[in-house]
Design a protein around this ligand. Structure first.
Ligand SMILES: Cc1ncc(C[n+]2csc(CCOP(=O)(O)OP(=O)(O)O)c2C)c(N)n1
Ligand SMILES: [Mg+2]
Length: 373
């Protein structure tokens, strides 16, 4: 039933929340409510972080609003803490759903002492060892070759794990993407590539990005199956991704899954206003009407187990409290001292860095007598 290379995205639930294929038994109202909760938490996290950005308490943030079904669904399709995830910069809904702590993510965004990197990484580029969630990089597609390498190592070591590598539609134009796909294909490495196709790479539309009809058909060239799924239908995302992940796990080699979705907010704070210049309000409204959270609410209504508005409001408040508490806890640890830039790289700090540290210290205390050449 789950076939690769379909011309239309695989879907289980229509945009108005009606099952269009038999709903698999595991999608009980309880599970659907849990998934709904995780998506609402991610959406509200977005809103709170945009506020922190506007307050100048962090300097970079990229919203995932509209893409929650893809990311929360992916988290449900993995063996968390076992499989390895090489994410990209819009994956906080994935991280949250995988159990990365709110405090860790917020600390990283604020660059406080509670941040594992202590402010030495671009905000909103967290990682988490407990979940094998590799630290995010902003260089588009730079995670793809190392993810393929990770999967090759898993194959050679014969471990019962897979690698998951996520990226946007724009990333598929990068040389690194093709190198990584080729390497994984040639090696038959257990890598699940997930394209979060939100149809825009900042202001470049998918149609300008590639002459291929879809992203998933590119898998054919690398000798792996390519699947096409409605990324706003969380039932479809979980059905397809867990099926494909099990294939990868059982030694069938790598696979590519394209989740068709949309980012309803701006690309990041870098284009918060410019967004209005490259896409129409009508297009955004069209996709707002396909909201993945509302789709689950309608499905639950259809199943006779509706979530009432009061419950959603309480869920929203609880998430806001959770973020507020994480912000207070992170800020209470203070900002890192400048000296930390010399730490955590070398076991023994080399002499030239010690000299620079001494120079900076003298600058700080006003006792510097001259610069270094
Ligand atoms: C190597 C590289 N080139 C250019 C950029 C600038 N840049 C940042 S995000 C982005 C668009 C990426 O779009 P996509 O892969 O579709 O992901 P999305 O932001 O839509 O989730 C670009 C070009 C970058 N970060 N790295
Ligand atoms: Mg994109």
């Amino acid at each position: 039933m789950i076939q690769p290379f379909t011309s239309d995205p695989l879907r289980w639930v229509s945009e108005d929340g009606q099952p269009i294929r038999e709903l698999p038994a595991r999608f009980t109202p309880e599970l659907l409510r849990e998934l709904h909760r995780e998506m609402v938490r991610a959406r509200e996290f977005d809103k709170k972080l945009v506020t922190l950005l506007r307050q100048g308490r962090t300097t970079f943030y990229a919203q995932a609003s509209g893409m929650e079904a893809t990311q929360v669904g992916l988290a449900r399709s993995l063996r968390i803490g076992h499989d390895w995830v090489w994410p990209y910069y819009r994956d906080h809904a994935l991280g949250l759903a995988m159990g990365v702590s709110m405090l860790d993510i917020v600390s990283q965004c604020l660059g406080t002492n509670s941040d594992l990197c202590r402010g030495r990484q671009m905000p909103h580029h967290f990682g988490s060892a407990a979940q094998n969630f590799v630290s995010i990089s902003s260089s588009i597609a730079s995670q793809v070759p190392p993810a393929a390498g990770n999967a090759m190592a898993q194959k050679y070591l014969g471990v019962d794990e897979i690698t998951v590598c996520t990226f946007g539609d724009g990333a598929t134009s990068e040389g690194d993407w093709h190198a990584g796909m080729n390497m994984a294909g040639a090696a038959g490495a257990p890598c699940l590539f997930v394209c979060e196709n939100n149809q825009w790479a900042i202001s470049t539309h998918l149609r300008e990005q590639t002459a291929s009809e879809t992203i998933h058909i590119k898998a054919k060239a690398y000798g792996m199956p390519g699947y096409y799924v409605d990324g706003n239908d969380i039932v479809a995302v979980i059905e397809v991704l867990s099926h494909v992940a099990e294939g990868v796990r059982s030694g069938q080699g790598p696979a590519l899954v394209e989740c068709l979705t949309y980012r309803v907010g701006s690309h990041s704070n870098a284009d918060a206003d410019a967004e209005k210049n490259y896409r129409t309000r009508e297009e955004v409204n069209e996709w707002l009407a396909r909201d993945p959270i509302v789709r689950v609410e309608r499905l639950l209504e259809h199943l006779g187990a509706p979530i009432d508005a009061g419950e959603i409001a309480e869920l929203t408040r609880a998430t806001h409290r959770e973020v507020d508490e994480a912000v207070l806890a992170a800020e209470a640890t203070g900002q890192p001292d400048w000296q930390i830039m010399f730490e955590d790289v070398y076991a023994d700090i080399p002499v030239h860095l010690r000299e620079q540290e001494a120079f900076l210290r003298a600058e700080q205390t006003g006792t510097a007598v001259g610069g270094r050449a």
